[in-house]
Write a protein that binds this ligand. Structure first.
Ligand code: IPM
Ligand code: MG
Length: 358
C-alpha cells in the first residue's frame, strides 16, 4: 500500500520551496521505485485566511492519517497583528504537540563546496558535521502559566514558564545518546544549570541516562558558552542536546556556519519514528514570490523523510548526493552566491536536483 505524505506549504517562501520538493518526490515516485501519495493541507497564515484557524481540523486529520509530514514555513507580517494564541506559528506548534514530535534533529553539515559561503573562516568550518537535538514539545514554548496580566500597581506583566518533567528529559536525552552512538559518540548537553532549576534537573537526568551509554563521552555546557564555542571552534561538537528554546537559538546560529540558513533541514520525530520534516528557516516574507529562495534545506528535509520515516536510506543518499553534485557543478541560489559560480532561481535549483538524481 502506498504511504501517505501530508504536504503543508504554508506561508511566504513555503509554497515555492515545497513545489521543488514535490517535484523531487514525484520524480522519485515515477522512476525510483518510491510508492507514495501526496496530500496537500493548509497550515499557518494560509490556513487562517481560508478557515480562520492556523491549524484547521482537516489538516490535523490529514497529518494523523499520514505516514510523514513535509512542511514549508509559517508566518508573515500580514498576521502579526493577531493575538499570539491564533497566529500562524501556533499552527506549527500545535502540529508538533498534537503529533507528539518531541525530538527535533537539526544537522548542521558544511558541504565542502560552500566553505567560502560561510561568514566564518574556511578553516573554522571545513569538515563541520554537528547534530543538534532539540526538545520540541516542552519547555518554555508550552509551559503554563503564560500570558500578560495586569498587576495591582497598574503595570502589565508578561510571563512564561520553563518547565520540564523527568520523562520529557529522559526521552530526549536518550535520542541524544542514541544519535551519538551512530556518530562520533560525543554528546554535549547544553543547559543553564547555574541559574535555572529546570535545567539543573535537566543536567541531573542526562547524567542518570548516561549510565546506559558508557561508550558515549558526555559533556555539559552552559548555553551562553555553547553559543560562543559554536563560533569559536564549532568542530569540537558532535551531537548537542538541549531544550526547546536553547535549541531554537543555537540551531539558527549553527546554520550560519554552513553558509546559509537556507541549507539546514530538520526532522521532528515522535517515539515511533513518525515525523514531520521542514527546513529550519522561516517564511522569509521579504523574498517570497520572487523565485529566489534556496530550496535545498527543504530538499535535504525530503532526504531525512526518506531516511527516518520511510526507511529508505539508499534513496536518501541519492538525494543528498544530488545536492552535492549540483553544488559541485557550481550552481548557487542567491543566499549562497560565490564569485565564479552560477546564480540560479528556486525552480532552476529544483530542476538541477531532479536532473542530478540520475
Ligand atoms: C523553528 C522556528 C519556530 C520555532 C517558529 C516559527 C515557531 O523558529 O522551527 O526554529 O520557534 O520553533
Ligand atoms: Mg527557529
Amino acid at each position: 500500500m502506498s504511504k501517505i505524505i501530508a504536504v503543508l506549504p504554508g506561508d511566504g517562501i513555503g509554497p515555492e520551496i515545497i513545489a521543488e520538493a514535490v517535484k523531487l518526490l514525484n520524480t522519485l515516485n515515477q522512476s525510483h521505485g518510491l510508492d507514495i501519495q501526496l496530500e496537500e493541507g493548509l497550515i499557518g497564515g494560509a490556513a487562517i485566511d481560508v478557515t480562520g484557524k492556523p491549524l484547521p481540523d482537516a489538516t490535523l486529520e490529514l497529518v494523523k492519517k499520514s505516514d510523514a509530514v513535509l512542511l514549508g514555513a509559517v508566518g508573515g507580517t500580514k498576521w502579526e497583528p493577531l493575538p499570539i494564541a491564533i497566529r500562524p506559528e501556533k499552527g506549527l506548534l500545535g502540529l508538533r504537540s498534537e503529533l507528539g514530535l518531541f525530538a527535533n534533529l537539526r544537522p548542521a553539515i558544511l558541504f565542502p563546496e560552500l566553505a567560502n559561503a560561510s561568514t566564518l573562516k574556511p578553516e573554522v568550518v571545513v569538515g563541520l558535521d554537528i547534530l543538534i537535538v532539540r526538545e520540541l514539545t516542552g519547555g518554555i514554548y508550552f509551559g503554563k502559566p503564560r500570558g500578560v496580566r495586569k498587576l495591582d500597581n497598574g503595570e502589565r506583566q508578561g510571563f512564561n514558564t520553563l518547565v520540564y518533567d523527568t520523562h520529557e528529559i529522559e526521552r530526549i536525552a536518550r535520542v541524544g545518546f542514541e544519535s551519538a552512538m551512530k556518530r562520533q559518540r560525543r554528546l554535549c548537553s547544553v543547559d543553564k544549570a547555574n541559574v535555572l532549576e529546570a535545567t539543573e534537573l535537566w543536567r541531573e537526568i542526562v547524567i542518570e541516562i548516561s549510565n546506559d551509554y558508557p561508550e558515549v563521552e558526555l559533556t555539559h555546557m552552559y548555553v551562553d558558552n555553547a553559543a560562543m564555542q559554536l563560533v569559536r571552534f564549532p568542530k569540537q561538537f558532535d551531537v548537542m542536546v538541549t531544550n526547546n528554546m536553547f535549541g531554537d537559538i543555537l540551531s539558527d546560529l549553527a546554520s550560519q556556519l554552513t553558509g546559509s540558513i537556507g541549507m539546514l533541514p530538520s526532522a521532528s520525530l515522535d517515539s515511533n519514528g513518525k515525523g514531520m520534516y521542514e527546513p529550519i528557516h522561516g517564511s522569509a516574507p521579504d523574498i517570497a514570490g520572487r523565485n529566489i529562495a534556496n530550496p535545498l534545506a527543504t530538499i535535504l528535509s525530503v532526504a531525512m523523510l526518506l531516511r527516518y520515516s520511510l526507511k529508505l536510506p539508499e534513496l536518501a543518499d541519492k538525494v543528498e548526493h544530488a545536492v552535492s553534485k549540483v553544488l559541485q557543478d557550481g550552481l548557487r541560489t542567491a543566499d549562497i552566491r560565490q564569485d565564479g559560480k552560477t546564480v540560479v532561481s528556486t525552480r532552476e535549483m529544483g530542476d538541477a536536483i531532479v536532473a542530478a538524481l540520475n
